[in-house]
Design a binder for this molecule. Structure first.
Ligand SMILES: Nc1nc2c(ncn2[C@@H]2O[C@H](COP(=O)(O)OP(=O)(O)OP(=O)(O)O)[C@@H](O)[C@H]2O)c(=O)[nH]1
Ligand SMILES: [Mg+2]
Length: 464
């Protein structure tokens, strides 16, 4: 059904299309289906079907005339068993290969009630050569069809999971192929350098010529490449943070108002607040969006000496959470003397209950009761977390696998640079080859075993 492929229209994922790698599996013949929207009552649900049988499915559902490609068309769906109506729906058809999966693909937008879903699932379950999709199977097919490279797949997964605007924006950058383009540019440079050095190896009269020739010229270019790779490796931590979020723990003596603060910042009563010291035992975590940064805020048990084994365990957990946090907010009651300790980069001392002791505090003072100082506190937290995060986080992978590949490439380029003064072109060429190989693993399959692939796609939800 490639007849109606319109190059200027339709293929939403066209920008990310990559050349299919050798060794990718043959396209599957099964037709798969799943809802792309979560289960449960909703105004609208989207059912996705991909594979050679989509035409049959539409026909069975009473759509006798195939809708025009990539145009929304209204259809009345009926049950093929008894001709009874199922729903009025919008049908979108994406003929192969200009679809997300590269196969014939149909998206049916229908009313999201449970009854409609049940009837549709029943029809699909009884059709031959059809089966429910596994988690991530649509994306896996897109990858196998060469529609998305591995860095785009990682970006797509992160975009679906992103909880804040900044995290989403960086994921979109990766979905749109920025990482692949950057890696391609690096690979081209490596290829050029290798070609020159290897050509010299073949034709140079002796080693001295090679050193004076290609090897001599390679130095500055290799250094430039090393600096770029190094920058990418250094940004990796920030990219991971943006993807996985920051952890901020609230600690302090009992009754200083830790739970009150967490409730205030969360905007709901997640933790119990009482006037009795030692109220909180288990750490309580809430997800927040702080100036576009994904943050997990943790309320902890008040720190004190106690004989109560339950409270002791709570305190042990509190210390553990604080040790693993990116930032610790240590809350102090305004009526207590502020401790002599000073702030350090990942430790912020904040005075609470400022309403009880109106004073000019040398340090950040808030009141959970009146709301005084909360905006300043939020700004201070964001500033602490933001300082490791460049305003423009460029095209760097945010997943461990991609980051490991960049690190390996950097290592190889550093080795090549170290080998330059040895005047051993074979060694240099070998390291450049290793660097190129590491980069190839970033965007493509690069000989990865099936379980790596399975791990990548398993994190996707059903319908993606
Ligand atoms: N006046 C005043 N009271 C506050 C303020 N913040 C919290 N409180 C009160 O202080 C008491 C203790 O608050 P919590 O939030 O439970 O304190 P906590 O630090 O979580 O206590 P533990 O869980 O026992 O460690 C409650 O009675 C709160 O209403 C504040 O800014 N001003
Ligand atoms: Mg508490």
């Amino acid at each position: 059904m490639a007849d109606d492929l319109d190059p200027d229209d339709g293929d939403r994922y066209r920008h990310a299309a990559a050349e299919p790698d050798e060794g990718r599996e043959e396209l599957s013949q099964d037709t798969i289906w799943a809802w792309a929207t979560p289960p449960g009552r909703s105004a609208l649900a989207v059912l996705r079907i991909s594979g050679p049988a989509v035409g049959n499915v539409l026909h069975a559902l009473g759509v006798r005339v195939l809708p025009a490609p990539r145009r929304a068309s209204l259809a009345r769906l009926v049950d093929p068993a008894d001709g009874q109506p199922i729903d009025q729906a919008i049908v979108l058809r994406f003929p192969a290969p200009a679809s997300f999966t590269g196969e014939d693909l149909v998206e049916i937008q229908h009313h999201g009630g449970l009854g409609v879903r049940r009837m549709l699932a029943n029809v699909l379950a009884h059709m031959p050569s059809l089966r429910p999709a596994e988690a991530g199977e649509f994306t896996r097919r897109a990858f196998l069809a060469g529609k998305l490279g591995l860095s785009e797949v990682a970006g797509l997964g992160d975009l679906v999971d992103a909880t804040t605007a900044r995290a989403a924006r960086h994921a979109l950058l990766r979905l749109e192929g920025e990482v692949s383009r950057q890696v391609e540019a690096w690979s081209d440079q490596l290829l050029g350098l290798r070609a020159e050095i290897e050509a010299d190896l073949d034709f140079a009269a002796d080693q001295a010529d090679v050193t004076a020739g290609a090897l001599g010229r390679a130095g500055p270019r290799l250094e430039l490449l090393r600096d770029q790779l190094r920058k990418a490796v250094q940004s990796a931590g920030a990219a991971t943070r943006l993807r996985e979020g920051f952890v901020v723990a609230v600690t302090g003596r009992p009754n200083v108002g830790k739970s009150s603060l967490v409730n205030l910042l969360a905007g709901r009563e997640v933790a119990i607040v009482t006037e009795r010291p030692g109220t909180t035992r288990d750490p309580i975590e809430v997800e927040l969006d702080l100036n576009g940064l994904p943050v997990t805020l943790i309320d902890t048990a008040g720190l004190r000496e106690t004989d109560d084994p339950i409270e002791q365990e709570g305190i042990r957990r509190a210390r553990e959470k604080a040790a693993g946090a990116d930032l610790v907010i240590e809350l102090v009651d305004a009526r207590d003397m502020p401790p002599a300790v000073v702030d350090c980069p990942n430790h912020l001392i904040v005075v609470n209950k400022a309403d009880l002791v109106p004073d000019r505090w040398a340090m950040l003072a808030i009141s959970c009761r009146t709301g005084t100082g909360i905006d300043e506190l939020l700004a201070a937290i964001a500033a602490r977390l933001d300082k490791d995060l460049p305003a423009e986080l460029g095209a760097v992978p945010a997943d461990a696998r991609g980051q490991a590949a960049v690190s390996q490439a950097l290592e190889a380029v550093e080795q090549a640079l170290a080998a330059l003064p040895l005047a051993e072109p074979v060694l240099v060429a070998e390291e450049l080859r290793a660097a190129a190989l590491a980069l190839a693993r970033l965007t493509g399959l690069g000989g990865d075993p099936e379980d790596v692939l399975s791990a990548i796609f398993a994190r996707f939800c059903i319908g993606k």
